[in-house]
Design a binder for this molecule. Sequence first.
Ligand code: VGL
Ligand code: ZN
Length: 244
Amino acid sequence: MPPDMPFKPALIVVDMQNDFCPPDGSLAVPGGREIVPLINELLASPMFEVKVSTQDWHPSDHISFAANHTAPNNKPFESFIEMKNLVGNRPEQTMMQRLWPVHCVQGTRGAEIIDELDVSKVDVNVRKGMDARVEMYSAFSDSFGNMTEGAGGVDLDLASFLHARHITHVYVVGLAGDYCVKDTARGAAKAGFATYVIEDAQRCVDPDPAAWAEVKRVLQQDSVEVVHAQSNEVRRVLQPCGQL
Ligand code: VGL
Ligand code: ZN
């Protein structure tokens, strides 16, 4: 990259919430707490122009909760239901939605960000998944691409917020690598930011390495770069001078 290319990076820390963490989260991601030291190191860096955290923040009647559907098609992790684009007023558009255990219900302890995360360094927190009718893994839009800021889905138009701050690059970390990290990173790339997922600062619901390889393929196809903590891309946001 030419040295004079603008570099105003933002950090997005996705869904580091009690319900996504072992040992007692309702949707605990294996190894979810192991990534905290690296994420806190990133949060402590003066190199980021903006630091964002996100929270999955569901009403109790959320469409993704297996408990809100009828047997036999209501097994958490296993069952899928047909979800319609009601938010976008296009009910003919449908997609298959995986069902989950009840998680991150608004106002519960499970929805709080874990105590170990250094939230004092966060500039803005985005709550998402607030519209009961639709899934919203990405902090940029729901699963159909609707941006319903103010209408209940999410409480901030994150793309406009980052553009207004002249952000050029977005680094995405957190939980879960195969759902909300993945879709948030794809949303960032689609919004025009050079986007990185830091591999060592995420963990997946599905711990099978083959599943992560497939996620990486999809990310790279959507112009997201998957990088290691030791890469130059990460070192340049951890070095105070920004040069190696
Ligand atoms: C997530 C499943 C359901 C995530 C959120 O944060 O990756 N996964 N809701
Ligand atoms: Zn969720």
